[in-house]
Design a protein. Structure first.
Length: 230
């Protein structure tokens, strides 16, 4: 699974009924995330916190889809545990969990632990997270070991960055960026176009090399791609 690769369509059974992925995705973004097994401690905290934050994903037009190789009945029992552990989950459990007992989908999506991939009795999915845009392309992937839980704030942060830079393809977000902070202007943007694109101005940093490639601005929040573009 490579960045900007089209994620193949698939059909799957989930805790909320069968889905055809492309049809289910519609015009939304998707966060698809896998877990090694049900009833595991770190994964329990992850599914719980993601469920708690589901309204924040929804307002960004993002659907959530979990994956595990256990049976659907096991998933459903696990959801009861998750809801009991994370009692601030709003309403019903908000997103489906795929049942993939055959591991066919895990293999198709490069989620199988390499050390275990040839042993169907012990093969476990790595803790992969894929952010998929409405055109079905993989836009970002993260892989975590079993010992380290995901950060939901980081998931939301990178979604904000991806959606912003799709809307404004002449900017990028720097390290540790969060919405409202300065963005970077891409080197491909010519100085002559700066006043048109960023009428409120930019900040420039001259580097020891003599280059002027570090240009930042906060003049981006009300712009739209259709209103101002090269």
């Amino acid at each position: 699974m490579r960045i900007n690769q089209v994620v193949p369509n698939f059909k799957a059974n989930t805790t909320k009924g069968p889905i055809d992925f492309y049809q289910w995705q519609g015009k939304s973004w998707v966060v698809l995330f896998s877990h090694p097994a049900d009833f595991t401690p770190v994964c329990t905290t992850e599914l719980g916190r993601i469920a708690v934050h589901s309204p924040h994903f929804e307002k960004r037009n993002v659907k959530l889809l979990a994956h595990s190789c256990d049976k659907l009945k096991s998933h459903q029992d696990w959801v009861d545990d998750i809801k009991d552990y994370c009692r601030d989950i709003p309403g019903d459990f908000p997103y489906p969990i795929i049942g993939d007992e055959s591991r066919d989908l895990a293999v198709k999506l490069d989620m199988i632990d390499e050390d275990q991939k040839d042993n169907p009795e012990t093969a476990l999915t790595v803790r992969a997270l894929y952010i998929i845009s409405p055109d079905h392309k993989l836009r970002l992937s993260m892989h975590y070991p079993m010992s380290t839980g995901r950060n939901v704030d980081e998931m939301l942060r990178v979604i904000d960055s991806l959606q912003l830079t799709d809307r404004l393809p002449y900017v990028a977000t720097p390290a540790n960026w969060v919405p409202g902070e300065k963005v970077m202007i891409l080197p491909s943007v010519k100085e002559a176009d700066i006043p048109k694109l960023f009428p409120k101005g930019v900040d420039r940093v001259t580097m020891p090399s003599g280059g002027n490639y570090v240009r930042t601005t906060t003049d981006y929040q009300i712009l739209t791609a259709g209103k101002s573009k090269l």
